[in-house]
Design a protein around this ligand. Structure first.
Ligand code: FAD
Ligand code: NAI
Length: 475
């Protein structure tokens, strides 16, 4: 006998757990299935984001930044630190604690919202009239039935062809978050978001980090002026970033991993690293779903095919998050989860892909929303640009962290903001103002006229908006 629900969500990452909660808020009887398991065998809902992604990476970024500050920045404040040590095991244990708090938080939210949680692998088990049957394989097998199924099964790391991830020498994101001691030499393949964040963590703790990127341009998705500034600042910190690289061989031995590559000029290089992080993008994950058995359509790259509203080719089956097209970001997955739950309820759920922010949690942080200057040029849009450096911002100077700038791009005729780009202290938080402004269709003059607290980093955003009209006050 199947247990009856209105909505069954497969996957409890940020897409799935949020979809389940929103559907429950809307009055549906909801089940959510997730197979992630803690070392102690307990369920660990939260997906990649909570277990081996956003949350643990930010925990390690914070620990390593604290260490770096104690080692370098404190001296400027007159604070002397002697005998500074780093207990990597303790740092990793703290990270695990932060992760477990988030796992437990999701279980609490499920209880609070009366979402039935099933720990195990969910798979399509056929159709019965208008209802989909979904099996749960695990310690407590079950069969569920529902008119609506939301597939939120996420993504998995992409490996280099012929180079297996062993998470001893060759690491994916999970391995990169659990290196037991600071490596002397760390190699990173891919200068994307994971490569830069994880490379920063281990560099701050003392590793000599070499990043090997295939593309000729560094951080091609970011605004070109931001990418240039970032490359300059990261190089100054000691991150050796090589672009235009082609990896020709990777050999993992007992104590080291040897990497061979040709550089941008075509010259052959080799280096031996204690560990190698492979962060060359992620692939959609549909294993275990039995997608074939019910004819769930996947595209040639393995993503579940969906329309603009996350409908798959099967009636009542929706898909969201990393397993479908669009940026692989937790907040994008969450927005789709909310929108799908609302669509199931007959409402008009909406995700505005034009205002999805990007944040890279390096130091300085990088954040942007909307279009880059190079995109506007390519599209032939007539725009004005205004920038303001944190070196002219009083709060940034007081913080002792005044690198980077804020840049605003606005339509020349209408002044509507088309993009906001930031590199600097705490811009992961500052970018929200740009997102709100763009979501409300604000003009740069709107931002320029709004009263911003003094002294605050947010004044740099106001000044960048003033700069669009060539009238900064503090520069
Ligand atoms: P996932 O989080 O991958 O969750 C899918 C869940 O479904 C998993 O628990 C999986 O085990 C489960 N599952 C799969 N198949 C089945 C099945 N058949 N039955 C039951 N359960 C199943 N994004 C950001 O926005 N900000 C960040 O700072 C950030 N940092 C990141 C750092 C790293 C190192 C990585 C790897 C990613 C990071 N991301 C970040 C990306 C973010 O983690 C993903 O975009 C997000 O987790 C996608 O959410 P999702 O719900 O689609 O899938
Ligand atoms: P990515 O797409 O950000 O970067 C991968 C990089 O590897 C690219 O620059 C690519 O050109 C390069 N590359 C690809 N193949 C290569 C090869 N053979 N040799 C050398 N370089 C190669 O992917 P990444 O860093 O693996 O992260 C996956 C996703 O996770 C990101 O796209 C992002 O969506 C998400 N994420 C988000 C974070 C955030 O929001 N702060 C943090 C970490 C991950």
């Amino acid at each position: 006998m199947s247990e009856e629900f209105d909505v069954v969500v497969i996957g409890a990452g940020p897409g799935g757990y949020i979809a389940a909660i929103r559907a429950a808020q809307l009055g549906f009887k909801v089940a959510c299935i997730d197979d992630w398991t803690r070392k102690d065998g307990k369920p660990a809902p939260g997906g990649t984001c909570t277990n081996v992604g956003c949350i643990p990476s930010k925990a390690l970024l914070q620990s390593s930044e604290n260490f770096a500050h104690a080692g370098h920045a404190f001296a400027d404040h007159g604070i002397g630190v002697t005998g500074l040590t780093m207990d990597v095991a303790k740092m990793l244990a703290r990270k695990e604690k932060v992760v477990a708090q988030n796992n437990d938080g999701i279980l609490y939210l499920f209880k609070k919202n009366k979402v039935a949680f099933f720990h195990g692998v969910g798979s399509f088990a056929g159709r019965d009239g208008e209802r989909w049957k979904v099996g749960v394989a695990g310690a407590a097998p079950a069969e569920l039935a529902a008119k609506h199924v939301v597939v939120a099964t996420g993504s998995k790391p992409r490996a280099l062809p012929g180079v297996p991830i062993d998470n001893v020498r060759v690491l994916d994101n999970a391995g990169a978050l659990a290196i037991p001691a600071v490596p002397k030499k760390l190699g990173v393949v891919g200068a994307g978001v994971i490569g830069l964040e994880m490379g920063s963590v281990w560099r701050r703790l003392g590793a000599e980090v070499t990043v090997l990127e295939a593309l000729p341009a560094f951080l091609g998705a970011a605004d070109v002026t931001i990418a240039k500034e970032a490359q300059k600042l990261f190089a100054k910190q000691g991150l050796a970033i090589h672009t235009g690289v082609q990896i020709t061989d990777v050999k993992a031995g007992r104590d080291a991993v040897t990497v061979a590559w040709t550089d941008a000029a075509g010259a052959a290089n080799t280096a031996a690293f204690d560990r190698l992080i492979v962060s060359i993008g992620r692939l959609p994950f549909t294993g275990g779903l039995a997608a074939d058995a019910v004819g769930l359509e996947l595209d040639e790259r393995g993503f579940v095919t969906v329309d603009a509203e996350c409908r798959t080719n099967l009636p009542g089956v929706w898909a969201i998050g990393d397993v479908v097209r669009g940026p692989m970001l937790a907040h994008k997955a969450e927005e789709e989860g909310v929108a799908v739950a609302e669509r199931i309820a007959g409402q008009h759920g909406h995700v505005d892909f034009d205002t999805v922010p990007w944040v890279i949690y390096t130091a300085p942080e990088i954040a942007w929303v909307g279009r880059t200057e190079q995109q506007l040029k390519a599209e032939g849009v007539d725009y004005r640009a205004g920038s303001f450096p944190f070196s002219a911002n009083g709060r940034a100077r007081a913080l002792g962290d005044a690198s980077g700038f804020v840049k605003i791009l606005a339509d020349r005729k209408t002044d509507r903001i088309l993009g906001v780009h930031m590199i600097g202290p705490m811009v992961s938080e500052l970018i929200a103002e740009g997102v709100v402004a763009m979501a409300f269709g604000a003009a740069s003059e709107d931002l320029a006229r709004i009263c911003h607290a003094h002294p605050s980093l947010s004044e740099a955003t106001k000044e960048a908006a003033l700069a669009v009209d060539g009238r900064t006050l503090n520069l």
